[in-house]
Design a protein around this ligand. Structure first.
Ligand code: CA
Length: 230
């Protein structure tokens, strides 16, 4: 299938890392632009559309957090943060900046390329949820509240069915537990995170009972869950 090259903007002021990422991504067929300054990167993002941004947290001009916040006012382009410290990731997650992933330095360029690919694949599924569902071998019949994997009925409870339906409607999107609670229950209820976890666990077991490799529902540490067929 012929596809245009995906464009990636690397925002990183350390020139050796910037060059390394550029070389690796170019080698993988991406069209790569680089920038070492936050403010300048923001102007580049306003001027042209990129498919993905690799964004260092510590930057001169405007740091990665402020840049991401400003970016989200006009664009939903996927952002992967590059951060120097592991502890920083928890803090970044807490800020809910709308980043799609976080990579801790030092990283292997191969890992970065893999994450970039995963996000762009997810992005394509978000644009075509039906394709992701079909790829997974799932079928969901909304008139009969029936979900099947490889043609075999999963026998989900109503709550499990609604959870699965919500997740597959937006492949790759990370749902917080409270969002899943509102998707799964019509009325307002106080449902603990653990209740949602156990319903999700049951859905996963029912999927695995049909096909052991059907691991589509992924836990996202500290946040919730997402559906993504591999
Ligand atoms: Ca830096």
């Amino acid at each position: 299938m012929e596809q245009r090259a995906m464009s990636v903007l690397v925002v990183e002021d350390e020139l050796d890392i910037q060059g390394l990422l550029r070389d690796y991504l170019c080698h993988e067929g991406y069209q790569v632009s680089v920038c070492g300054d936050g403010q300048q990167a923001l102007s580049m993002l306003r001027e042209s559309a990129f498919d993905l941004v690799l964004l260092d947290v510590m930057l001169p001009g405007m740091d990665g957090l402020a840049l991401c916040q400003a970016l989200r006012e006009f664009s939903q382009v996927p952002v992967i943060f590059l951060t120097a410290r592991h502890e920083e990731i928890d803090r970044l997650l807490g800020l809910r900046l709308g980043a799609d992933d976080y990579i801790c330095k030092p990283f292997s360029p191969r890992e970065v390329v893999a994450r970039v690919e995963a996000i762009l694949r997810r992005q394509r599924w978000q644009q075509a949820p039906g394709q992701a569902v079909a790829k997974a071998g799932l079928s969901i019949d909304e008139t009969r509240f029936d979900a099947r994997l490889d043609g075999i009925a999963l026998d989900l409870t109503p709550v499990e069915y609604r959870l699965l339906k919500a997740l597959v409607a937006q492949p790759g999107r990370v749902f917080r537990r409270d969002q899943l609670v509102s998707a799964a229950y019509d009325d307002y209820r106080v449902v603990s995170d653990r209740t949602i976890d156990s319903h999700i666990k049951n859905v996963r077991i029912k999927l695995a009972n049909v096909r052991e490799t059907a691991v589509f529902i992924h836990a996202v540490y500290g946040v919730g869950y997402r559906f993504e067929p591999e």
